[in-house]
Design a protein around this ligand. Structure first.
Ligand SMILES: C[S@@+](CC[C@H](N)C(=O)[O-])C[C@H]1O[C@@H](n2cnc3c(N)ncnc32)[C@H](O)[C@@H]1O
Length: 319
């Protein structure tokens, strides 16, 4: 059964009427360029809207002719491509749609995908040709779906950027059906040193800069920072790269990128690291505990390897 759409502010069912969703009280949500707008901007995710409009295709597997996102998706979820046929799937925090692309190209699931920022418009540009995709600009806290609606729920790279990590986890669990599966990945707290990092030292200033100003500064310094980063690794002083204001190239990027691609990925990920309003990493064990507190079964938290040498912190469970 398809998930029932509801107005998140009064829980009344929504019906599709032309280019809008309407509830029985007459409240309307417009569909603009393929996206149902459940929220208004501006909100705290405007940096992400800016980022994904600038870097629309940078990280897409298809564009780069790689299988990095595919590998991360299937290794993290453990899902079987065939088994997903006809399943209802919810993706929260889709950005430009690199995971949507995998779900739509590699499975026959029907995908409901949302993001709080205007990035979801970019997902429409990248993936809107599929009739198995429905897109919403909405917050994880105000999702336009009845509870207990989805067979599969995933949320990758998002939770640390929400104001209340635990509330966000609970919101995801609410939307899965009994027997449905929830999978999240996020920035982990590995120890006391996690926050001893240029990112956390500089963020109080960088997140207040305008998006344009921050991007310009990163673009101007990108080549020098890449050179310094690579030089430290050559000297076997890789541990010091945490004090360079640049993203983690070694542990998050595929080795196959050309020099130009590497520069673009660095600019995107460094902007992504310095611009968000919220950056709240979490311990895997804590997220596991929250899943268990909600009565989920088969809860497991672990680091998953993908793309050769890369790693991501994943927690999964069944409702
Ligand atoms: C780092 S990006 C990751 C995007 C995508 N999952 C990926 O891995 O490419 C984080 C995304 O989370 C979204 N986000 C942050 N807070 C959100 C919220 N409350 N509800 C829905 N999405 C949110 C941002 O707008 C942004 O697009």
């Amino acid at each position: 059964m398809e998930p029932v759409l509801v107005n998140p502010y009064n829980q009344q069912p929504l019906s599709e009427q032309g280019q809008k969703l309407v509830d029985s009280s007459g409240n309307e949500f417009l569909k603009i360029e393929g996206v149902y707008k459940i929220v208004n901007q501006p909100n705290y995710t405007d940096n992400f809207g800016f980022q994904w409009h600038k870097f629309q295709k940078t990280q897409l597997d298809e564009t780069n002719n790689i299988d990095l996102t595919e590998d991360r998706f299937f290794k993290s979820t453990g899902w079987d491509k065939e088994d997903l046929s006809g399943r209802s799937m919810l993706e929260v925090g889709c950005g430009a749609g690199r995971f949507s692309e995998i779900v739509l190209n590699k499975t026959k699931a029907s995908l409901y995908s949302l993001d709080y920022s205007s990035a979801v418009e970019v997902n429409y540009k990248n993936n809107g040709k599929s009739d198995r995709l429905k897109l919403f600009q909405a917050s994880i806290y105000e999702m336009p779906f009845k509870d207990n609606s989805f067979d599969k729920v995933f949320c990758f790279g998002v939770l640390q950027h929400t104001p209340d990590f635990k509330k966000s986890v609970n919101a995801l669990i609410d939307k899965a059906k009994p027997g449905g599966e929830i999978i999240v990945d996020f920035y982990p707290i590995k120890g006391w040193w996690t926050k001893v990092h240029a990112k956390y030292l500089l963020r109080p200033w960088t997140k207040k800069m305008s998006n344009e100003q921050l991007l310009q500064r990163i673009e101007k310094r990108a080549d020098a920072m890449i050179a310094a980063y690579q030089w430290l690794y050559k000297l076997k002083l890789g541990f010091l790269t945490r004090f360079i204001p640049i993203c983690d190239i070694k542990n998050t990027f595929p080795a196959s990128l050309s020099k130009e691609e590497l520069r673009n990925w660095v600019i995107l990920d460094t902007f992504d690291m310095f611009s968000p309003e919220y950056d709240n990493p979490q311990k895997i064990a804590t997220v596991v505990r929250w899943f268990k507190e909600r009565g989920l079964h088969q809860v497991k938290g672990e680091f998953i390897s993908y793309g050769g040498t890369l790693q991501t912190a994943v927690v999964r469970g069944i409702k």
